[in-house]
Design a protein around this ligand. Structure first.
Ligand SMILES: [Zn+2]
Ligand SMILES: [Zn+2]
Length: 107
C-alpha cells in the first residue's frame, strides 16, 4: 500500500473528534485534541498490530531534539513513543501537552 493510502484521517476513539491527516509529511498516529492514541501499529503507519487497545499519553520527553509523547497501552501495557504533531494542520493541543508535562513533574 502506498504512503498516501495509509495517511488517512480518523475519528478519535477517546474524544470522538474528527482528526485530519497530517500535512507535514508524517503519519498521524494520535489525536491532536486529547493526545490519545490507539495500539494499531508495529511500525509507524503499518496498522499491523492486532492489539487495538487505547494508548494513554503518560509523559513527554525530548530526545535528539525531537519532542515525543510517551504512551502506555491500556490493554497490553506496552509503552511506546510518538512524535508530537507540529507544523501541520491540526497541531497537537498545547494546553493538553502542558498539563501532561505538569502532571509528570508532580510525580
Ligand atoms: Zn481525541
Ligand atoms: Zn496494546
Amino acid at each position: 500500500m502506498g504512503r498516501n493510502e495509509e495517511n488517512r484521517g480518523f475519528t478519535c476513539a477517546n474524544c470522538g473528534c474528527e482528526v485530519l491527516p497530517l500535512t507535514n509529511g508524517s503519519y498521524r498516529n494520535h489525536c491532536p485534541f486529547c493526545l490519545w492514541s490507539k495500539h494499531v501499529d508495529c511500525k509507524p503507519g503499518d496498522h499491523a498490530n492486532t492489539c487495538d487497545g487505547m494508548m494513554e499519553p503518560i509523559g513527554f520527553q525530548r530526545s535528539k531534539k525531537k519532542d515525543q509523547l510517551v504512551y502506555r497501552c491500556r490493554r497490553c501495557g506496552m509503552e511506546k513513543v510518538n512524535r508530537i504533531a507540529e507544523n501541520t494542520m491540526q497541531p497537537d493541543n498545547f494546553d493538553v501537552l502542558l498539563d501532561l508535562v505538569k502532571q509528570q513533574n508532580l510525580m
